[in-house]
Design a protein around this ligand. Structure first.
Ligand code: NAD
Length: 502
């Protein structure tokens, strides 16, 4: 059996629409001052432009930063009541729902992800805004009534200020929606810079926020390359925080750019997620979820379960199940409802995956399934790929490949499984499959990662996300997500009769 390919349909009328975007700066739609643009070529249909974004210079971004600064220092936003801010967030949530089909199509065309997947992501985005809106009115500080008989302490929560948000290309609007509602809800103003490959949905989000009546300058959206557009958000003295989601390589640079101005840095970086499967697991359900986790979105997911750690006595059977599923995955046209896996973001990313697979082969690992490009039209497609016979020192086990490539390791005892799972610089996600709940809990407790699952891998706006180890710093979502964008001020109120010092 071979992986099935669904030929992309170049005659689809949705491809014929020209999509040109503008940036949102200080409430106005603007092009780059230079007039330069970035033309996004489809990863599915070579040569077809699916979006054109302004190519912002450092000066363009500085204008956006200063607009956000003014909106924070002089505008109404940080001074609005929680009730008023929440009302705006609800409106934006509704606007995302109303425009879900348009936004999903933009992301499918630019990212190469399936339209079906993008639709459910837009639902998730609207839910994130709605959830955060619900919490805004409950944001509180604390009081200290036991400092002494003559003192009272207040701890006030205040917004940190202007936040530069830099996002990657794999889930553009989801990641923006994991940050913006919490930062806005806390009272901050924003400059959002999406990836140069996938700026369309974020630029549209800016317009939706403006149309929802958000005061000018509260949300600004600029498009452009990492250098200079992203970099200046980290460097500029007028931003109080930079919230970055992306690769470890750039995350390290962001920390260095931000250091001279000692601003707060939020980092959500890469992962190499372990999935531990015990012999007593529901193997059918586990195999299905392991496949979804590593193969969907072409494996370009930070929390993809890319290291399968399976109990030796069921390893052979389990890998056979995975092989069967991998052969049933339909790869190809992202707009076709039967497609499960679309295209890679760009040739560089696909080339990176190919070189990892080559390195795995050369190091002696065995390919059970996949390991080749797929398709005939020059689109960026790759087969779901599974490696066995791997060693812990191989690059396919150690590095974040960001492709549909699963490395299978085996264990005999729980301690061994935990040791293998923790043998990584990353700590973003982990999943354990076992029907023995004590065993599952003890295993997950031993693994140093943040977004964890037992017998499944789902997310929820209610629970915080972020990275252990070199997967990042800071926490998003849940009620803790607001702390990321808050300062805490303590006020010591002295009620004692005054005493002379001298
Ligand atoms: P990337 O680091 O190449 O780019 C991310 C963003 O940073 C883009 O907007 C880019 O323009 C910008 N950028 C690039 N160079 C910059 C610079 N010098 N200064 C400032 N900004 C710069 O990442 P990517 O390839 O877009 O995304 C893939 C990576 O993102 C993977 O490592 C993945 O694991 C990670 N990711 C993490 C999460 C998470 O929640 N932890 C979520 C999604 C993706």
């Amino acid at each position: 059996m071979t992986v099935q390919f669904i030929e992309p349909d170049r005659a689809d009328p949705r491809l014929a629409v020209e999509r040109r975007y503008t940036m949102l700066v200080g409430g106005r739609s603007v092009a780059a001052a230079s007039g330069r643009t970035i033309r996004r070529e489809s990863p599915v249909h070579p040569g077809l432009v699916v979006g054109e974004f302004p190519d912002a210079s450092a000066e363009d971004v500085e204008r956006a930063i200063l607009a956000a600064r003014r909106a924070f220092d002089e505008g109404p936003w940080p001074r609005l009541s929680g009730k008023e801010r929440a009302a705006y967030l609800y409106k934006i949530s509704q606007a995302i729902r109303d425009h879900a089909e348009e936004l999903a199509l933009i992301e499918s065309l630019e990212v190469g992800k399936t339209l079906a997947g993008a639709r459910s992501e837009m639902n998730n985005c609207a839910d994130l805004w709605q959830f955060a809106a619900g919490l805004v009115r409950g944001l509180e500080g604390s009081t200290h009534n036991a400092l002494s008989e003559h003192a009272l302490g207040l701890v006030l929560r205040e917004p940190i200020g202007v936040v530069g948000v830099v996002t990657p290309w794999n889930y553009p609007l989801v990641i923006a929606s994991e940050r913006l509602p919490w930062a806005l809800g806390a009272g901050c103003t924003i400059v959002l810079k999406p990836s140069e490959f996938t700026s369309g949905s974020s630029l549209r989000l800016g317009e939706l926020a403006r149309d929802a009546g958000l005061p000018d300058g509260v949300v600004n959206v600029v498009s452009g390359y990492g250098n200079p557009a992203g970099q200046i958000l980290a460097e500029h003295p007028a931003t109080d925080m930079v919230a970055f989601t992306g690769s470890q390589r750039v995350g390290r640079q962001i920390g260095a750019f931000a250091a001279p101005t000692i601003k707060r840095v939020g980092l959500e970086l890469g992962g190499k997620g372990p999935v531990v499967v015990f012999a007593d697991a529901d193997l059918e359900a586990a195999a299905n979820q392991v496949s979804r986790s590593i193969f969907s979105n072409q494996g370009q997911t930070c929390i993809a379960g890319s290291r399968l750690i399976v109990e030796r006595r069921v390893a052979h059977e389990f890998v056979q199940r995975l092989e069967g599923l991998a052969n049933r995955v339909t790869v190809g046209d992202p707009l076709n409802p039967d497609t499960k896996v679309g295209a890679f973001i760009n040739p560089v990313q696909l080339g990176k995956v190919e070189s990892y697979v080559r390195a795995g082969r050369e190091a002696g690992a065995r390919i059970v399934v996949g390991g080749e490009r797929i398709g005939t039209n020059g689109g960026l497609f790759y087969q779901p790929t599974i490696f066995t016979d791997v060693r812990p020192d191989m690059s396919i086990v150690r590095d974040e490949i960001f492709g549909p490539v699963l490395a299978v390791q085996q264990f005999d005892t729980r301690e061994e499984a935990i040791g293998i799972a923790n043998d990584t610089i990353y700590g973003l996600s982990a999943v354990v499959w076992s029907l023995n709940i004590d065993n599952a809990l003890q295993t997950i407790r031993g693994i140093r990662a943040s977004r964890c699952g037992i017998n499944g891998q789902e997310g929820a706006a209610e629970m915080p996300i972020g990275g252990y180890k070199q997967s990042g710093q800071g926490r998003e979502l849940g009620h803790r997500g607001f702390d990321e964008y808050s300062e805490f001020k303590n006020i010591h109120i002295n009620m004692a009769p005054s005493r002379a010092w001298l």
